[in-house]
Write a protein that binds this ligand. Structure first.
Ligand code: AMP
Length: 539
């Protein structure tokens, strides 16, 4: 083989912030702080402070490979930490504060974090859990807080005590850069350990047109938290592309986001469907319009058709994206192709509501129960497997979980059930554990849920399997009502009957006050299955 003769600089996360400081020096990062006021500075200043923070980490004895935890909101300080920690070869371990106590304790101990950068909001949580956390874990406070915790001081003091002279070190691009634990609805959390190389390739892939592209003329607001899958790579893609960053801090309600979007000229937002639903409800109820927003990316769970339509009516393109913690997270986006532009609106909607087609670097396939590959015909449904340079090849220090999820040739079992069409668009029908197997046929819980949510009286819907002596399993529909309405069993079933054959219709509909949710806002179906384990349908 003839080797190419090109530069061989390692792909390191520090490239992003160095690039932004040199070429987009005066582009801003604006944050709503935890204390309240808006903070504003530039990429040049952010890089300077990240250098100081990097020196402070070294002074505290942090070595390459050490796990350094953060428990913080989306603000400039968290941005600096992402770059300071990874920049010196340590591992930026973002911890999701909304997980259960048990999960948080497990994660701290499993990762064996050396240091924790703690937002004042979460001080009471860590005070409560401190006795169960590693004894040698040291804590730095990100903001002033009254606390009984022993700390090594305030982040601002550590940064102020350092000078700016620091060169970002060069090292192997395969070194770990960040660590995120998945918050599965069952079992222990599992650690996904990103490398500098995977992070950079993912950020480049995510920046492609049709993916989560952003330019130096954009203003991006990552509503998705930096404590969940690195805020979909925005700490890297924004500086990489010279994009102005707007951080919402702890205020994610419609009114606060609207004020920030309008004041800062946000053009692009990233978040889960619930965020976009709340934002839309705020705009509708208060008769407001967005004047600069042109696109929002929505992922994490399926988007209801009504939501896509609501944004379309405002002239905002909602891009449906699918991925997971194990995929850094981006896998697919539902961007249209040229040939789709000739289709009628309804057909275009159908494509935009799929989970989308892969970004370069993500391979997909579906398999049956025996591991046999199934056709990409847009109809056949199977378990979805993925492979690529930013998809996990093993869980951190967890051989058992790795054995279950990763094939020897690198294919990763997503646990999602989907079809793939000849153009590569995937359509998720379920999580493998949520699918309803009735008389040998599969019934999609997601399809039924989406259809039920189209009922004007239904706020949220979940379909679970209940056991049945003849059919094995049958679907049970659980809904919550919109304020002021009382959706009736017969109405909902009549609505579903327009779209589904009789055998797919839920055996019963139960209206609940609320549905249980996971820490990341997904319906906790394992809890619903426990609650309705003995449910008998009256026939
Ligand atoms: P997490 O690792 O917490 O980000 O969760 C990943 C899981 O969320 C995926 O395996 C899917 O089951 C679900 N998910 C993510 N994006 C979507 C989407 N666009 N539509 C439906 N489910 C999704």
């Amino acid at each position: 083989m003839l080797r190419g003769l090109m530069g061989d600089q390692p792909l390191l996360v520090s490239m992003c912030i160095r690039h932004a400081a040199r070429n987009h020096a005066d582009t801003e990062i604006v944050s709503r702080t935890v204390e309240g006021p808006i903070h504003r500075y530039t990429y040049a200043e952010a890089e300077q402070r990240a250098r100081r923070a990097a020196k402070a980490l070294l002074r505290l004895g942090v070595a390459p490979g050490d796990r350094v935890a953060t428990m913080a909101w989306n603000t400039y300080r968290h941005f600096e930490l992402y770059h300071a920690i990874s920049g010196i070869g340590a591992v930026c371990h973002t911890i999701n504060p909304v997980l259960s106590d048990e999960q948080i304790v497990y994660i701290f101990n499993h990762a064996a974090d050396r240091l924790l950068f703690l937002e004042s909001t979460f001080v009471p949580l860590i005070e409560r859990l401190r006795p169960q956390l590693p004894a040698d874990l040291r804590i730095v406070l990100l903001g002033e807080a009254e606390t009984s915790l022993a700390t090594v001081g305030l982040y601002e003091d550590l940064v102020a005590a350092e000078t700016d002279t620091f060169d970002w070190p060069q090292f192997d691009e395969r070194s770990a850069s960040a660590l995120c634990y998945t918050s599965g609805t069952t079992g222990k959390p599992k650690g996904v350990l990103y490398s500098h190389r995977s992070t950079m390739l993912h950020a480049l892939g995510a920046s492609l047109p049709g993916a989560l592209a952003m330019s130096a003329a954009d203003v991006v607001c990552p509503v998705v938290p930096m404590f969940h899958v690195c805020a979909w790579a925005t700490p890297y893609t924004a500086p990489m592309n010279g994009t102005k960053l707007v951080y919402p801090g702890p205020k994610l309600d419609g009114a606060s986001l609207y004020e920030l979007f309008e004041a800062e000229g946000v053009t692009l937002g990233l978040g889960v469907p619930t965020v976009w639903l709340n934002f839309h409800n705020y705009l509708r109820d208060n008769n407001k319009n967005v004047t600069t927003l042109r696109g929002v990316a929505s992922g994490g769970s399926a988007i209801p058709r009504s939501l896509l339509q609501a944004y379309e009516a405002r002239g905002v393109v909602m891009l449906h994206a699918w991925g997971m913690t194990e995929m850094s997270p981006l896998g697919t986006t539902a961007a249209l192709k040229a040939k789709h532009l000739r289709l009628d609106h309804e057909e275009q909607m159908r494509i935009r509501l799929t989970q989308g087609r892969p970004v370069l670097g993500v391979e997909t396939k579906i398999i049956d129960g025996n591991g046999k590959a199934l056709p990409h015909d847009g109809k056949t449904v199977g378990e979805l497997l993925v492979r690529g340079p930013w998809i996990t090849s093993a869980y951190y220090n967890d051989e058992e979980a790795t054995r279950k999820a990763v094939e020897p040739d690198g294919w990763f079992h997503t646990g999602d059930v989907a079809s793939i069409d000849p153009d590569g668009y995937i359509q998720l029908t379920d999580r493998l554990k949520d699918v309803i197997k009735s008389g040998g046929e599969w019934i999609s819980s997601i399809d039924l849920e989406n259809a039920a949510m189209a009922h004007e009286g239904v706020a949220e819907a979940a379909v679970i399997a209940i056991s049945h002596p003849k059919w094995g399993e049958r679907p049970l529909l659980l809904v919550t009502a919109r304020a002021g309405s009382r959706p009736g069993h017969d109405d909902i079933i009549a609505l579903l009957a327009k779209r589904f054959p009789k055998w797919m219709l839920p055996d019963d509909v139960v209206v609940l006050d609320e549905l249980p949710h996971t820490g990341t806002g997904k319906v906790l179906k394992s809890r619903l299955r426990e609650m309705f384990a003995d449910y008998k349908v009256n026939v």
